[in-house]
Design a protein around this ligand. Sequence first.
Ligand code: NAP
Ligand code: SF4
Length: 675
Amino acid sequence: MSSYPHMLAPLDLGFTTLKNRVLMGSMHTGLEETKDWNRVAEFYAARARGGVGLMVTGGIGPNLEGSVLPGAAMMTTDADVANHRIVTDRVHDAGGKIAMQILHAGRYAYGPKCVAPSAIKSPISPFPPTELDEDGIEKQIADIAATAGRAKEAGYDGVEVMGSEGYFLNQFLVTHTNKRTDRWGGSYENRMRLPIEVVRRVRETVGPDFIVIYRLSMIDLVPNGSTYDEVVQLAQAVEKAGATIINTGIGWHEARIPTISTSVPRAAFAWVTKKLMGKVGIPLITSNRINTPDVAEEVLSTGCADMVSMARPMLADADFVNKAAAGKSAHIAPCIACNQACLDHTFSGKISSCLVNPRACYETELVVEPTQTPRMIAVVGAGPAGLSAAITAAERGHTVTVFDRASEIGGQLNLAKQVAGKEEFWGFVDWYRTMVDHHGIKVNLDTEVSAGDLGDFDDIIIATGVIPRDPHIPGQDRDNVVSYVDVLNGTATPGDRVAVIGAGGIGFDVSEHLVHDGNSTTLNLPEWMREWGVADIEEHRAGLAPEGPQPEKAAREVTMMQRKPSKVGKGLGKTTGWIHRASLTMKDVNMIAGVNYERIDDDGVHITFGAARENPQVIAADTVVLCAGQLSDRSLADTLEAAGKACHVIGGADVAAELDAKRAIDQGTRLAATL
Ligand code: NAP
Ligand code: SF4
């Protein structure tokens, strides 16, 4: 028997059967907007070949006013139907099933034509919406139903009606956004009239044998959100109106509680769906931070849901389900929930990809094919850049040898994994180890390589990474001044009051590490919920604890500084920066921008402000941690080049500024695909 009997069990929907309990949840990748339908089709077909039971597309708009932004994909014309047919045919040829998500953004639409139940601007959009009148509401319902009809015409197996995350239908449900006094507002019966009418009209349009998923916000996490009784009432009404499956939505986009980032515990919200089990007769899907077959199996076997939704994990590895079914879970490239190449791209208007798998959404462009001319390749540096190059090259049939002076592979990932809330990095390094072994890559650790050792190789890839930048602050040679490396690898023991010099990604990581001191709420769901103020929705409306966030006291007093006058943390990830800032603010971390570092002495760090070096202050500290950025370690590359030996320089060794694993892995993979 397979290790995942629940996850791999078929799901009989009466008129059709899903081959397993894994849904690829909707993701807005930006692919549909490229209008390169071959590329779109290949993205979904790759996941269909990978064995997923059912996929949901990114959100497709039913009309201009409901589209997430001007130019976003819609399904309103015959040409749209023909284009989507390319996708559905390719998915069906690959043995998959696919539903199209209909997304009406309401007041979240990023455009001046946006509409909503009431004219209340959302905190995450600059555009105030227009309040819909009766005709306007009927138009939205008709457009959504017509879009569902076109989806069927285009060959989709179903549609998902997006009713959660604070979008249009969700906006009608709660008094937070619905102040109407007509039959679409006021009592809960009135407020839920629109979602129910939409499901009813969609079902009427598509007929009986077509999947209709309703994505229902089961815990809004915003003030005046739905109560548990309202959630149950809605779910039952949605079933009655004709839905085939109910999917779980967690939190509105404007909620100030993280719901999918890496510091959220795995399967943190499966308990919410579980409450609804048995309250409706149709299958329930649960979602959020489920990223391995073991977590999925645990969620299903403990009765939290009938099916699990995994979205980002399918970017990280298109073959997730097949690998799990074949007993090769360790081969699944893990989604580390960083958002760096997926959601951060989406919200910056870029096409999504995946930090771990740069081929995601680039299936037609970044092709890794067997080589016709196998070569001997040396890779110096076993960090993400070197490892991604080594694995891709070996996958193509080259003979690869990796060298690193460290005693384990992983490079800076081994520092990241020490940080509270970044536990996913452990699995990431484990995966690299598995793939290195799988491809028979020879690894020489504890090895300082010189140019002379590399003479026998056809290609040399230098991925020697970075060295910490020297900030040249008077007094930095004192015993109480340490590097972030010493703090994260545990060789330094910081005191009770710590000053952190530099507030980039590493300054934030180090500060998290210092205030948590090994006690990570990511590994303790009840503590994490208390920390962020998440309550049992059965007891508190919208799942918000009345007392608000209750973080544990910080393990240390930390002050983080930068020279730039801009807001501290401004350069962090678009969708995760606020979480890092909020997390450290909850721990009373002092963040100071615009400083000049004058000197470090027994009292701490002496700083001033501005060009005139005014307002001198002392940041009292027992320990000072230098997190002042990085410089490329190009020493070996320079020696080779001076000796006339060609080499490829990638990752931090190539460009250190703003280095992150995303760029390193992308560069390593792309290089190896061409050798
Ligand atoms: P960074 O983001 O470039 O930040 C370097 C910090 O050092 C800045 O705060 C900078 O601020 C300061 N600095 C630069 N030169 C200095 C000098 N001469 N003296 C004193 N301070 C100086 O670099 P990082 O923090 O080392 O991170 C490296 C990369 O890893 C980042 O690009 C980041 O993307 C990635 N990373 C990301 C995460 C994440 O959570 N996504 C976590 C860890 C690392 P001022 O110049 O204003 O003083
Ligand atoms: Fe997961 Fe990060 Fe890849 Fe997004 S970029 S799919 S969060 S690993």
